[in-house]
Design a protein. Structure first.
Lengths: 315, 292, 325
């Protein structure tokens, strides 16, 4: 049973170059389809301009899609109001400093989803806040503090508590540990793993850190300039990446193994620009093995080897 | 990935400049004293600012010859005790300053927050309103309105309040736009919080410090404008002792009894200076919390 | 003589001690990494060396010499003559490190004309040459561009080129790739390694990323709470880390290909303590499983090899005795 299904999701932005320039349409998310089985973790990786943050915002309802639909537990999300959506999907954002209102206490921030529903008594709210704070490893006393008095790791725990208090189906984790120190990152990842098992949650885990994604996700989708270019089970992806971009990404990860130098990723100098998507295969200007066909014909998604889906003529 | 470009790290840089700190302290003292004088009024000055005594006209203040006990700052051309008039005038200045700021603040902050938060058409309307307001010459319009509708305390407050909201709007709009992109606002949205909750409980408290600074500066401006209007006879009606009016009445006696014009002029200068120093100090204290 | 010799550096901001007795040396042609997590004092150390501490920061050291010159005794003007000239610095955030109001060309030319004089034309020539060396395409066109017209990776390359304008002997790089995509990061680090070879450059690289340290550094100094808790050649540090913090840190980093999903990631419990004035003993003791009473007193600096030292009461342990990660 799929906790969430995304079908042909598309999001365009209008951008104007200069005051009198022509209006351009920037396609940030282009025809994304994916589904996440209940209780599992889908990792989404990609670099700047790939659209993963936009995708997260679309799923969370912070942006409306230009086209496409989403189903949660078989229900169309577009039909749901914000309060109903809040009961199903919750976020954990990247920056622990920016994701908590500096002028409200931790208790108030964590209680907000409950208070917004409007159906819980004050006693019930207090009880649930205390329970969830305990679950994420924060003492009840910390609830009375302001965010400035907490460390980065503690703040992220508070953000997780806020995400869980309504017991949602899906938690969208948008780079939840990227802004944390390495030693704290591990604490938070372990916490997220424990909570998922305990509460039978489903995660969509967005990150640029491939090692973390490998540790956390059961399936991985690689995004490039708005499209998913490869999707596979984690071990398969890391063992035999099929798409040249995935291969380059994996090659550029610097493992803490001395003596091996810095690899030549071979991507060239051209930077991906969502406002100027190349024709044909959007990766071809940077691809080592691009051929003439790649310049004109966009590849279709297909199954190759162990990869559940890859978009490449040469995979 | 880098987060330092978007993080609102509240890093209050300590106000290490001694001049800056001294200025803030002086400003607070000045404003504090004026407020105290205005509030205590009758308790410290026994004389009545309205009682005329034509036998005791133009008595000099205590630092000049010919002064009389009982009139520390002398009397004006109608024999009214000047100290009493000054203190009463402080009340008027402060009252006008505060009432105007409240009015213009309500208008400007509402417009700015709505425009900054919703963007799109709403923002277009707000920007249009701001640009229109900025192209209006405030003093001329105030003069015209008051000239047509007559003078009076309430009218002055209303006119100034309806004209001085632009800085509030601009600052509120800019800060709202910055705060709106922050993740705690997104999280509140995803939590199902209503729009009014987000505006009032998430955004407003986090832009309040910047608006407070604007508030102090607008107050100073309002006080000065009222004085200007009263000087031109189009502000507070006599016999109410607005400082501007006192300056106007005193200009006929400028050469022989200079204190009549000097004292309210100095008082006005000192009060506005004090408010500006407080505003600067507040900005240094709070404004360094970069919203980036 | 070492190129940079720092001994017992202390940096305080009011009552807070950001750096408490850091010592390290950089030899000519060496890439030295200062690694640690947020708040450990690594960036402050670099700023102290460059004389760029924020207002309110005070530095003192037993010795701080660059190629024999005592940096502590230099006046502001003398230090300014060194900066950009013999010691250059590049920063983390490419968006804010370049002045948005001036073209790339004018900013780069200014560095050369200020320090070495000469005509603007000659400076622009050198700018083009360097931009080419750092792999910037169409350098003549870039001269006239403004920073906002360039991507993050390009801006960082411009910064590196700018830092090299006067042929410095030492490059101080404060988290130069943290803000960049991982593929761009690899390119920039390769570039730095190549420039090191071509120019004979020494690099002081500040980072929190152990992967970068492993692949790029010749020597590593690990910092924690303002102190250098371990210092060793890179391979030695990863082979036989001695300090409990170093070992804890290495256990925290997931390595692709060696991931064990069922086991929780290694982590270090607790948080970095605030060091109040009068703090004595080991700053790591609240988080260390081997801590005992002696850790509250002064900690000896032990040697685990000719060039490997660490700040801990524990005796050096051989690789075989250490737990596998």
């Amino acid at each position: 049973m799929n906790a969430i299904e995304v079908k042909n999701l598309r999001r365009e932005f209008a951008a104007r170059s200069g005051l009198f320039g022509p209006q351009k349409r920037v396609v940030a998310v282009d025809d994304v389809t994916l589904s996440v089985p209940s209780g599992s973790v889908l990792g989404i990786v990609g670099e700047s301009g790939c659209g993963k943050s936009t995708l997260a915002r679309l799923i969370l309802g912070l942006l409306a899609p230009t086209a496409g639909s989403m189903l949660v537990d078989g229900q169309r999300v577009a039909d749901l109001g914000r309060k109903a959506r809040a009961r199903l999907i919750q976020p954990v954002f990247q920056d622990p400093f920016a994701s908590l209102n500096p002028r409200r206490s931790i208790h108030d921030t964590v209680a907000l989803p409950l208070a917004a529903q409007g159906t819980f008594s004050r006693g019930e709210v207090a009880r649930r806040v205390a329970a969830v704070l305990d679950r994420v490893g924060l003492s009840a006393e910390m609830g009375t503090r302001m965010p400035a008095q907490l460390s980065g790791g503690q703040r992220q725990r508070a953000a997780i508590a806020r995400a869980l208090i309504l017991e949602p189906r899906i938690v969208i984790c948008d780079e939840p540990t990227s802004a944390l120190d390495v030693s704290v990152q591990a604490q938070i990842l372990n916490l997220l793993a424990d909570l998922r098992r305990e509460l039978k949650l489903t995660y969509i885990f967005i990150s640029h850190n491939l090692a973390v994604v490998e540790h956390v996700a059961s399936e991985v989708a690689v995004m490039y300039l708005g499209r998913i270019v490869e999707r596979s089970e984690t071990d398969a992806l890391f063992r035999t990446p099929r798409h040249p971009y995935t291969q380059a990404l994996l090659a550029s990860v610097l493992t803490p193994e001395p003596g091996r130098g810095v690899p030549d990723v071979g991507l060239g100098d051209i930077m991906p620009d969502p406002a100027n998507i190349p024709p044909g295969c959007r990766f071809h200007p940077r691809c080592r093995i691009a051929v003439e066909r790649c310049r004109v014909e966009p590849p279709q998604p297909m199954v190759r080897g162990e990869a559940a889906m890859v978009e490449c003529h040469l995979a | 990935m880098s987060i330092s470009a978007v993080t609102p790290v509240a890093v209050p840089i300590p106000q290490t400049s001694r001049v800056g700190r001294a200025g803030f302290a002086i400003g607070l003292v000045i404003v504090g004293m004026v407020i105290a004088a205005a509030l205590l009024g009758n308790a410290i000055v026994s004389a009545d600012p309205f009682t005329q005594d034509l036998n005791n006209r133009l008595i000099p203040p205590f630092w000049m010859d010919g002064t009389q006990a009982g009139h520390l700052l002398g009397t004006d051309q109608l024999g009214r005790d000047y100290l009493a008039r000054l203190v009463y005038g402080a009340r008027i200045s402060l009252l006008i300053g505060i009432m105007t700021v409240i009015t213009s603040g309500l208008i400007g902050i509402t417009l700015g927050v709505l425009g900054g938060f919703f963007g799109g058409r709403v923002d277009d309307v707000v920007l249009f309103a701001i640009t229109t307001r900025l192209s209006i010459p405030v003093v001329l319009v105030a003069l015209a309105v008051v000239g047509l509708l007559g003078s009076g305390l309430g009218l002055v407050v209303a006119t100034l309040g309806l004209l001085l909201w632009d800085r509030f709007a601009v600052v509120a709009r800019a800060t709202t736009m910055q705060v709106r992109t922050l993740d705690y606002v997104n999280a509140a949205w995803c939590a199902g919080a209503s729009t009014s909750h987000i505006l009032i409980r998430e955004i407003l408290p986090n832009i309040a410090s910047h608006l407070a600074v604007v508030g102090t500066l607008e107050m100073a401006l309002a006080i000065l404008l009222e004085a200007a209007l009263s000087f031109l006879g189009l502000g507070v009606p006599p016999p109410l002792p607005s400082w501007g009016l006192m300056i106007a009445e005193g200009k006929d006696y400028m050469f022989f009894s200079p204190w009549v014009i000097m004292i309210p002029g100095a008082a006005l200068f000192v009060l506005v200076l004090g408010i500006n120093l407080v505003g600067d100090g507040l900005r240094n204290l709070l404004g360094t919390e970069r919203l980036r | 003589m070492s190129l940079l010799d720092v001994e017992e550096l202390f940096v305080t901001f009011g009552r807070t001690a950001a750096v408490r007795g850091a010592s390290f040396r950089i030899e000519k042609g060496e890439t030295h990494c200062l690694v640690g997590e947020s708040g450990c004092g690594k960036s402050v150390t670099a700023l102290a060396i460059m004389g760029l501490l924020a207002r309110g920061g005070e530095r003192r050291a037993k010795r701080m010499e660059f190629a024999g010159t005592d940096l502590l005794s230099l006046s502001d003007r003398a230090m300014a003559r060194l900066r950009g000239n013999r010691i250059s610095m590049i920063f983390q955030e490419p968006m804010t490190s370049l002045n948005p109001a001036f073209t790339v060309g004018s900013q780069m030319a200014e560095v050369l004309t200020r320090h070495k004089g000469g005509s603007r034309g000659a400076a622009l020539e050198r700018a083009i040459e360097l931009m080419d060396r750092v792999g910037i395409t169409a350098p003549e066109m870039r001269l006239g561009q403004f920073p906002h017209q360039l991507s993050g990776g390009l801006r960082q390359r411009v910064m590196i080129a700018m830092a090299l304008m006067c042929d410095p002997e030492l490059l101080v790089a404060d988290e130069p790739t943290t803000a960049l995509d991982v593929t761009v990061q690899a390119q920039i680090l390769r570039l730095l390694a190549r420039l090191k070879r071509e120019f004979g450059l020494s690099i002081l690289l500040i980072t929190h990323d152990l992967g970068i340290v492993a692949r790029v550094a010749d020597r590593v100094s690990v910092m924690y709470a303002g102190e250098v808790v371990e210092s060793a050649p890179t391979s030695e540090l990863f082979r036989a880390p001695q300090h409990p913090y170093t070992r804890g840190l290495l256990a925290c980093v997931p390595v692709p290909g060696k991931v064990q999903r069922e086991k929780p990631l290694g982590s270090i419990p607790g948080v970095v303590p605030t060091i109040a004035p009068g703090f004595a003993g080991c700053a790591f003791r609240s988080r260390c499983s081997d801590a005992d009473m002696t850790c509250e007193r002064e900690i000896p600096r032990k040697a685990a090899g000719a060039t490997h030292d660490y700040l801990c009461r524990l005796a050096p342990r051989d690789v075989a005795e250490l737990q596998p990660a």
